[in-house]
Design a binder for this molecule. Sequence first.
Ligand code: XMP
Length: 496
Amino acid sequence: MATPLEHLTDPDLTFDADFPLGLTFDDVLLVPRRSAIRSRGDVSTATQLTPRIRLAIPIVSANMDTVTESAMAIALARAGGLGIIHRFNLPERQAAEVAKVKRAESYVVESPYSIAPTASAAQARRLMRQWDTGGLIVVEEGLLVGILTARDLLFEDDPNVVVRAVMTPRDKLITAPPDTTIEAAQAILHRHKIEKLPLLDEGDRLVGVITSKDIQKRQQFPLATKDSKGRLRVGAAVGVRPGYLDRAELLIKAGADCLVVDIAHGHSDNAIDAVRQLRRHFGADVDLIGGNVASAEGVEDLAEAGADAVKVGVGPGSICITRIVTGFGVPQLSAILECAAASRRLGVPIIADGGVRASGDLVKALAAGAQTVMIGSLLAGTTESPGMTVMRRGRKYKVSRGMASLAANISRQGVEPGDKAPEEVDWQAVVAEGVEAVVPYRGDVGEVLGQMVGGLRSGLSYAGAMTIDELQTQARFVRITQAGVKESGPHDVELT
Ligand code: XMP
């Protein structure tokens, strides 16, 4: 019979210390290549998030509770990227955030905010506030009977006056048939100086509304990531604990364009089973992203389970301490390079998640084979993030916290079925794998994205690449020393 320590003499357990070297962004630079590009404006930053979802810019905002709710997702989609709504609240709240993004704009508003003609002015005001809209369609038994705008209520002192008495009635409204094109609608709205154009079928039933606001948005954000109905695209995260299928169901009903199965160790049976279950449940119509992994086998197993794209990154994030706590992780550039080889073989795009601090890191991640990059803390500092704003020594900061930090654990207690009450949890026993931090306030997300995409355009031109695909084939990395890192930043000057 084997003695307890017999395995210590097993020669197969001897490690060969010739480990591969793991590299990250600061360990490398890209060698400039001959370039025929005359202007940064000539290159394309378009890419695939999944085989079906195309983005004009390769940036996805992280599903963290200090990064992505509806405001961030709307801003990202308008800029040509995509936001993933975090899962650290009740499923209904998360679904409501998805719905807000889907309602933010569209070619035709199919279910416009509406009210009955018998409702009171006070009710109308309340609904306008609740839905954050300046106009309601007045409908009775599916038929359009008028439009009520905030202006109609402006000087109305009587809160009990009925909507019918103050609205613009049907006979004064300009309407159009359901097949009206956006261009024709624009001309009608312009000619009559109106803001909403109801579309009515032959039975005078309301089938939708085209608004001047939506048309303006189309012109203002030409790169926006949109679905076939002209609505902004948005993703949403789910976990793997019981209840994730119900949550996923709500998210898809609310209009989510993709689901992210997001757990720290995505190369686990839990994550693989969840991807498989979701694929089985929703069929081929739902785009699924799995993660996070840091090896080719991780990409292969999630792809085999049905993932359309895979998130890569174990421990590179600004607020992560997984590597310190567990000893596991792969420096992000090496992780991307290894996963990209599998990604190309399988035709499953990878999303490089974590550790991007500046546009140079974005360029390196894409050059190494990622199709898109997920960003957390850099976006947590913007106006659109849901994180709290704090003042420190007279300067403005916003909170960014790891989703495996103690504070995040405490505040999400109760959002999954079967969660214990906070007072029943032994918080001392929680092993946090993330930290709570603050990041400098950086202004609107549009400014940050402008800098990132500008840097990427310059990067493409240094590579002589018109597209991200060309960047990947043209890329020649060089490993650098600490002296090279020092030389790469400002040095031997006093910064003002
Ligand atoms: P950045 O560097 O962009 O990274 O802020 C964002 C990514 O970090 C991951 N993340 C965590 N990783 N513990 C971890 O080990 C955590 O508590 C944690 N919270 C977020 C996540 O992949 C995110 O997109």
